[in-house]
Each structure stands twice: as C-alpha cells, then as structure tokens.
Write a protein that binds this ligand. Structure first.
Ligand code: FES
Length: 171
C-alpha cells in the first residue's frame, strides 16, 4: 500500500506535469519545480522515475538533465548555500584559496581530486558547492551566498562577509 506522503507527492507532481505539458523546456521546468517541493531541495530516484513514466521520457534522459545542470541536486542540501566559482577566470584569481578556506571553516573533509564539490554540514544548515562559471568573469573571483553574488573575493573578505551571516543563521 502506498504511503499518504507518496500519494500527496504524486498528486503535486501530476499538477506540475499538467501545468507544463506541451510547453518549451517542459522537462526542465517540471524537474526544477519538483525539486522545490523537497525541504532539502533534492531529487530522489523514485520521483525522477515517476516523472519519466508520466512524461513518457526515458529515465536516462531525466538523469542526463539532472546531472548536467548544477542547480539540480541528487543529495539533500543545506538550508543555506555557498557556491564558489571554479571557472578559469576565477581560478586564475585565486578561487582555490576561497574553496580551501571554506572547507576549513566548516570543517569538511577535502573532496577527492576531480570530484564535484557538494558538501553539507551535519546539521543540514549549509551546503558548499562549486560551479563552472557564473558568467560574471569580470568580477572574478566570485562567490554566491544564498543567491547573492560577491565579487573580487579573497579569504579575508570572504571571512568578514560569511562570519556574521553564519553566526546569525546558526541561531
Ligand atoms: S569563471 Fe568565475 S564567473 Fe566566470
């Protein structure tokens, strides 16, 4: 027997699918809105399978979309997000130092070389991620905190910005 929560989610998913039926970029919109339903902004396999079935799309295509766009998450996310740009312009202007500083600041384990960074604190309050480019290269290095872009960062500036934000939001 299906759980009440599953039925509620399926009903919500059906509504989203109907809303975007036959519109351009339908799959992207459906997946994006579906992700917003989850309290941890995360997509699980069951949900993606359901979307695939209802939209008559191969599950592999859904996964191609989800893994291509960095704003889709297959792991639970923290309430607040910090995203460090690791594109060429930001890299040459020191974004590795910013990432190292944040990894140390939150006490995360160093991700393996070449592995995409997506680290969440145990209390699920903060997620640290990287992105390939924000399209703000003239402002490099760039960090995004809860959707706000901070430009020409260095670890000292970053520390001054995040320390009060983090302390306030930890309460
Ligand atoms: S490389 Fe960082 S914004 Fe483009």
């Amino acid at each position: 027997m299906q759980k009440k929560q599953d039925i509620k989610t399926m009903t919500e998913l059906d509504k989203i699918i109907i809303k975007y039926k036959n519109t351009p970029g339908m799959l992207l919109r459906v997946i994006e809105e579906t992700q917003k339903l989850d309290p941890h902004k995360c997509l699980n396999h069951k949900t993606l399978e359901y979307i695939a079935k209802k939209t008559k799309t191969p599950v592999s295509k859904i996964y191609n979309i989800v893994t291509f766009y960095t704003f889709f998450n297959l792991k639970p996310q923290g309430k607040h997000s910090i995203v460090v740009c690791r594109g060429t312009a930001c890299h040459t202007r020191g974004s590795r130092n910013l990432l190292d500083f944040l990894i140390k600041y939150f006490g995360f384990n160093e991700p393996a070389e070449g592995q995409q960074t997506s680290l969440t604190t145990n209390d699920k309050k903060f997620t640290l991620k990287t992105v390939a480019c924000f399209g703000q290269c003239a402002l490099a290095p760039v960090v995004e905190i809860d959707g706000n872009i901070y430009s020409r960062m260095n670890p000292e500036k970053l520390h001054k910005i995040i320390d009060p934000i983090i302390k306030k939001r930890k309460k």
